[in-house]
Every structure is written in C-alpha cells, then in structure tokens.
Design a protein around this ligand. Structure first.
Ligand SMILES: [Zn+2]
Length: 603
C-alpha cells in the first residue's frame, strides 16, 4: 500500500512539474510592459514568473521559443470591475488574467482566494473581491436573491467593515444608489457612506463607491473615497462641473473606473461589434453570447452617453487614474471579451492606446495593491497576452489574440477546447422549434387545469423564492358568451429586503420549470386583460439571463387587447425561452387583474 502511495505521489510531482514544463522565450517581440513600449525585446519566463524581460542571447536549453515578429506582448489584462459569479473559465480565453470583483457571494470569494494562496488557481483568472457590498436594507445589491447583511446608520459602519474583513474582503465596496429613472431605492446616506470610508481606512483597506449621480460622486470623493467604480449616464454636463469633479478626484488621489460598457447597456446602445468578429464569437456558446446581445436600456438613447464621455475626457485631462472595467455579470457585458470594447471606448474618449493599456494592466494592479502582476518585469507573474499587430497604434488589435499565459502556462488548450465545444454546439441540430398552435393560444384554462399546448403550463409565481412575503391566488372564470376562460390573478405585494417584490402568474414553455424551449417561431405576444386600473408587467427570461426583461401594461376596467413584439424584451432569446410572467409589483399593495387568450403569434 505504501509503495503505491509513494508511486502515486511521485506521479503527482511529475504531473505538477510538467505544468511548468519548460521555460518559454517570446523572441523579438514588441513589448508593452504595463507602462512603456519597447519596440524589440525578448521575454523569458519560467515556473510561473518572468525571469528576464530583456533576454539576450541564445534560447536556454529546452526552452519553448515563440516567434514575436509582427506581434505585441502585453501583461495579462486586469478587469477592474466585474461580478464574477459565473463563467469562471471565460476571462482567460480573452486575455483577462485577473478580475477585480465588486460584489460577490462570500463562498465564491473564499474558494478562489484559497486556490490562489495555494498556487492552484490555474486554468482560470485570479479574482480579488470586495465580497459583500455595503448597502441599505432593500437597497442596490439586494435584488439578486441572496440575503446579505445591510446597514442603516453611521454607528454600524465599524462593525460592518470588520465583518467584511474577517470574511476576506480585499477592499470595501459601497453602493450609494437612490434609484434611477423615477424608481426610488433605499440607500446608504451620506453620513453612513463617510463612516464606512473612515472605518475602511482605519483598517488599512480601500473604500470604493458605486454612485449614479454627479452630486453623490462629489460627496463620495469629499468623504475620502479611494475610487469611483462607475461613472453615470446623462444627456450633458457643464464643462465646469466635469472639470471640478476631475479636479476633486485628482486632489483626493482617487481613481475612476468608468465602466463605459455597462453605461452603454443602460443607454440601450450597442457599438461593441465583438460578436461580429468571428475569432471572438467562436469562443462563446449561444448562452454566453446572450449577455452581449442584451442591454438594460429598452430603446437606444445615445444621448445618455454624452455625460460619461465628457467626464472621462475631463478626468483624462486632469490626469486622474482611469481604470478599465466592464461590470461583467450585467446585461450588455461578458467576462473577458468586453474588456476589448472597454479599451476601445477609453481610446475613443481621448486616452492614447498606451494609456488605455496601462488602465488595464499596471494601473489597476497598483490601485488595488494586487501584488506582482500587471507588468512585464523580472519577478512578476507570467500572466501574459500575445497579440498579432500593434495595439499601441490600433487598440482593436488586442482582439487579435495569438496566445495567453496564466502563471506561465499557455491557455491554448483551453481556447482550443472551448472553440471545439462551441463549434459542436452550433453544428448540433439544437432544440427543435416548437410548432405554435394555429390560433397561437398558449392559455388553455379550465377549472381542472391551467393548461397549455406545450410546456409545463401555468402556475402562480411570487418572490417567496427570494425570501419575500408576497402572495397570489389564481381562479379560472368561465368566459362570457362562448369566449375562452379567463384567469383572475389576485395578488398581494409586500415590501421586501430587495427592490423588486412581485406576485403573479407564469407560463413555463419547457418540459420542466425554467427549462428552455425554442419558440423562435413567435414574433409577438398578445393577450386580453382587464382589472383594477393598476400597472403590471409582462416579463420574459431566456437561458443565461439572470434578470427578466419586462414590458409594462395597465389593466383597465374594460377588457382590452395588448400586443407586444418579442423584440421589445431586450436581450431575450426566444430560441431559449424559459418563462413568460404576468406580474404585479414592485409597489406594495393589493392587486387584481384578469387575463385571457394569451397568444404567441408568428407575426
Ligand atoms: Zn458593478
């Protein structure tokens, strides 16, 4: 037995050694070292670290030699703002070797932290995390279904920060968000924000703040915030206000992570062109592409980007450190790939390509104290990105990925495996499209059954799955004068610890709850409705989408027909549809409406 164990551990050692099998020399390459460009260098790395960033002479015995002619070598990219709760394998495929996480579940944060500490985080990007964000009860960040601690007063700040540090938070992230677009959200107040920042500083931690208004951006900086993790949308800002904000950030030595990608999503604007690039699209399956097709804004409002563009330009003029971050995890962005658009957006806003690349490498490493990464220098981590061409002349060349290394290991096998998997998926027959009934009707209500021609049919839905207390009851009413039966939905929506409590009825088109069905034959949803005069929403989800897309309707006293094109449900893929809901909420109260004749129509 002992011998076997010995043999096994010897094999394990051999296996471990083979991971960093040979030194690698990238020869005669243009090098962007995180700060400066060197037109011709050779870089040697071994055992996961850079041995020599200016190697001269013959390649060491046994070294793998990679030709650098016509290519540029960069530090692996650092995404300074993500929510890394899924698709952990994606960032590396696109050259992002480190993610700076701005709110995640504590379990996930700990697991990655331990793997990194043990030197066992190969095959995926490293993650530094804020852990749980600081927010108010039912405030921004509480809407994701995981219960989190919140706080309300400055007196709680110290204990809150200490609790986060003991959980392993690398820095403290605060949400100062009073709601947007007429939606009011419960929020931390200015005094609590200030107390949290002071408490973080007393413990030697950075405090970074999510804001969505100029006033709160200013107040955060005045309270000592180390960074703003977003800018904010708007149709314009006075030059003196933008300059004053930039000057304030500069004098307070704060950094700014614009997250232009997600601001575009809020503005309903899609300019990234990422999926039009076959080399990039080939690395994302259908579900992984979905967030890039989605956006928060339901219709394009490019004018909402005037303010962030002006503020980025003002920050750049004032020499405020700007860091590249995508806010991936949100609609409109995807891990790894969206960094290439964020870089281009920073250049479009006035940064030189070299400044944009520093914003994605050396600067975030320094701003967040991420250790020896973000630069190509002796002793630094061998997290590297090799691209064809010259991104210092054309920033879109970062997309022309030749090879990625994480801790000195080539990511090539992972890129190949993913490419093959995606190719297999797209050549597979896929889910057969559902044949819609001739009249399109998916509501077959009888006293016995809330039936449907396909799928699991209809069932009550409410926020209980998130710990909410809303409730609903459903009653089938006989149709008048031969009309099909209607469904009466009586709902009570109760204020909750998250911003969007709901109750209503949902149709599941798949064979099991939240299983997708291909209803791509449908172009429009139509239904008849009447009720108490209140506002409701039709919502839809498809696989890979975490927050439903909704379209509001009013249930008036008289029956009326409502028709909504499926294209109005931003980011929803009808070929992977998982749910259609008719819901009351989020305002607390009693609701009653009746629906009938729900149809999916092919035009
Ligand atoms: Zn975020």
């Amino acid at each position: 037995m002992k011998t076997i164990l010995k043999a096994l551990s010897a094999a394990a050692i051999l296996l471990a050694a083979s991971v960093h099998a040979a030194p690698t020399l990238v020869r005669d390459v243009r090098l962007f070292d995180g700060e400066r460009t060197h037109e011709r260098r050779s870089v040697l790395f071994d055992g996961g670290v850079i041995v020599d960033a200016d190697y001269r002479g013959a390649p060491p015995a046994g070294a793998r030699v990679v030709d650098g002619a016509g290519r540029t070598l960069l530090p692996g990219l650092i995404d300074a703002h993500v929510h890394a709760f899924r698709y952990m394998e994606l960032p590396l495929l696109f050259g992002v070797t480190t993610q700076v996480d701005m709110f995640n579940n504590v379990q996930m944060m700990r697991e990655v932290r331990e793997a990194m500490a043990a030197g066992k985080n190969g095959g995926r990007a490293d993650i530094f995390s804020a852990g749980t964000l600081a927010t108010a009860k039912s405030g921004h960040g509480t809407q994701f279904g995981m219960p989190i601690p919140t706080l309300a007063t400055p007196g709680e700040a110290h204990a809150f920060v200490d609790a986060r540090i003991s959980e392993g938070s690398h820095y403290i992230k605060l949400a100062w968000e009073e709601g947007q677009g007429g939606q009011h959200l419960n929020s931390l107040d200015g005094a609590t924000v200030k107390a949290l920042i002071e408490a973080a500083h007393r413990r030697g931690k950075l405090a970074v703040v999510h804001v969505s208004t100029l006033a709160n951006a200013r107040a955060s900086l005045e309270a000592g915030a180390d960074g703003l993790v977003h800018l904010f949308t708007g149709t314009g800002i006075a030059a003196r206000d933008a300059d004053a904000l930039a000057k304030l950030a500069k004098t307070r030595r704060a950094f700014v992570i614009p997250t232009y990608v997600v601001l575009e999503s809020m503005a309903g604007v899609k300019t990234d062109g990422l999926l039009a690039d076959p080399a990039l699209a080939a690395l994302l399956d259908r579900e992984q592409q979905q967030p890039l097709r989605a956006s928060y804004g339901q219709s394009p409002m490019p004018q909402m980007l005037v303010t962030p563009k002006a503020v980025i330009a003002a920050m750049h003029r004032a020499k405020v450190p700007l860091l590249a971050g995508t806010d991936a995890g949100n609609a409109g962005t995807q891990y790894g790939i969206s960094m290439h658009h964020e870089l281009a957006a920073l250049v479009a806003a006035g940064l030189t390509p070299g400044e944009a690349l520093a914003a994605a490498t050396s600067m975030p490493a320094r701003a967040f104290s991420l250790g020896k990464r973000g630069q190509v220098a002796k002793g630094y981590k061998a997290d590297l990105l090799l691209v064809e061409g010259n991104p210092l002349a054309d920033i879109t060349h970062t997309r022309r990925i030749v090879e990625v290394w994480k801790d000195g290991d080539s990511v090539d096998p992972l890129r190949t495996r993913q490419r093959e998997r995606v190719a297999r998926e797209s050549s597979a027959p896929g889910m057969a499209p559902v044949t819609l009934p001739a009249d399109g009707r998916i509501s077959l209500f009888t006293r016995e059954k809330l039936g449907s021609p396909f799928g699991i049919g209809w069932s009550p839905t409410h926020d209980g799955m998130m710990g909410g207390a809303s409730s609903v009851s459903l009653d089938v009413l006989p149709g008048e004068a031969g009309a099909p039966a209607a469904l009466a939905v009586t709902a009570r929506v109760v204020k909750a610890d998250f911003p969007y409590p709901w109750a209503g009825v949902a149709f599941g088109p798949g064979a099991r709850p939240m299983q997708p069905a291909n209803v791509s034959a449908a172009k429009t949803i139509a239904f008849r409705v009447r009720g108490d005069g209140k506002r409701y929403a039709v919502s839809m989800m498809s696989r890979g989408v975490t927050i439903p897309a909704t379209v509001p309707f009013t249930a008036d006293a008289a029956w009326k027909e409502v028709t909504v094109p499926l294209s109005s449900f931003g980011g929803i893929d009808p070929a992977l549809l998982t749910m259609i809901g008719f819901n009351a909420g989020p305002e607390p109260g009693d609701y009653r409406f009746e629906i009938a004749d729900v149809r999916l129509l092919d035009k």
